[in-house]
Design a protein around this ligand. Sequence first.
Ligand SMILES: Cc1cc2nc3c(=O)[nH]c(=O)nc-3n(C[C@H](O)[C@H](O)[C@H](O)COP(=O)(O)OP(=O)(O)OC[C@H]3O[C@@H](n4cnc5c(N)ncnc54)[C@H](O)[C@@H]3O)c2cc1C
Length: 433
Amino acid sequence: MIESFIKINDYNIKVYSLNTVVVGTGASGFNAADRLVSFGQKDIAIVTEDINAGTSRNTGSDKQTYYKLTLSGKDTDSIEELANTLFEGQCVDGDIALCEAALSAQCFLKLVELGVPFPRNRYGEYIGYKTDHDPRRRATSAGPYTSKFMTECLEKAVNEKGVKIFDKLQVIKILTDGDKLRGILCLDLQNIMDPNRRYVAFNCKNVIYATGGPAGMYADSVYPLGHYGATGIAFDAGVMGKNLTEWQYGLSSIKPRWNVSGTFMQVLPRFISTDENGNDEREFLFDFFSDKGDMLTKVFLKGYQWPFDVRKIDGGSSIIDILVYIESCIKGRRVLLDFRNNPGGEDIDFSVLSSEAREYLERAGATFGTPIQRLLHMNAPAVSFYKDKGVDLNSEPLEIALCAQHNNGGLTIDKWWQTNIEGFFAIGEVSAS
Ligand SMILES: Cc1cc2nc3c(=O)[nH]c(=O)nc-3n(C[C@H](O)[C@H](O)[C@H](O)COP(=O)(O)OP(=O)(O)OC[C@H]3O[C@@H](n4cnc5c(N)ncnc54)[C@H](O)[C@@H]3O)c2cc1C
């Protein structure tokens, strides 16, 4: 890496010349930098607006899931089958899906070697479970903070390799010459008032853009506070996008930002809405459902059908998302989950639930009491989690909204993850992969 200066108008700009800049310090950015060094490219640096920001390090969920090729038991699986599953989601090209599937085991086992505590049985198998729309049992989890562990382990690996990290530099412009990358221009966030230090430029052959999802455009979001993404800067430079409207949305609390999936729904809380000031409380799901058993079953299913799915509106659990959306975004009311009382304010007759929901709750020994009692029985850490964040589910309702969680589309890439700008690669959530 060579350091020099250029003067443009009244600004002295420091310029670093090097082979490759990785932008972003989430799991994808760190992994790319680590791989590049392993493969022999050492003339690299990482640029990030905040080394501790981003979704990977700062988010989680009840059981944050890592999706991979099956690596346990008698379940059959193959690269082609996994590629087909990814492709069937309709947000990734077939060749990219095939690469993802082919490298799945290698990438997963690398994380294992780096110390991410994925669970295994006494014989060494990484036992899987079914996640949303999963035809196999390919999911695994290192707990609520899987992506945080991944980021920390990858960061350690990058630091051990001595990769230079420029923290508090925000990319504001991608520099191109026709359809070729020339570099990036950054704001030095710590020296913004000093015209001689405000801008820093990187003159490089390649940029690997790992800036995460464009979360900043949503009012209701479960992305971590302070994560905005930088997809627009790439569009400004002429990078093309694909499937940009394909997003994952689901029910989340807004303070703190956290998905209310899994047991939060399976314990059958009361869905209430109030006016802006917390008055005029009503149980709005009853406006739609005439059959209470049907309503409770749909709420239960939201537990493991968390993302909104257009195919599950009519007769499925995604109707709950729609009803929350109508209540909050169209009627302008606040929506809250009340764990203190059962829906309708009376004991639940569990026999009215579908057999799937009833049998699950029976097996869990959770066909009694109030939602908070069932939650404490099934998943006490979930109650402690909110208590640690200042919300006592024993004594107050939890405000929720239908929130944006993940952009499935993104910047268009080929099977080398290169965009239409030569030398400009997009990886992780910012890419349409
Ligand atoms: C609540 C929640 C639950 C989730 N659960 C799951 C799950 O169970 N399974 C799953 O697979 N996925 C899940 N996801 C999605 C997954 O966490 C993200 O897609 C993934 O972490 C994104 O990683 P990334 O490295 O691409 O980006 P990020 O981790 O978001 O990192 C982006 C980086 O880019 C930097 N950056 C951004 N803009 C700029 C700029 N202009 N200049 C310089 N730097 C910049 C940021 O500082 C940050 O370091 C979940 C997401 C959320 C919000």
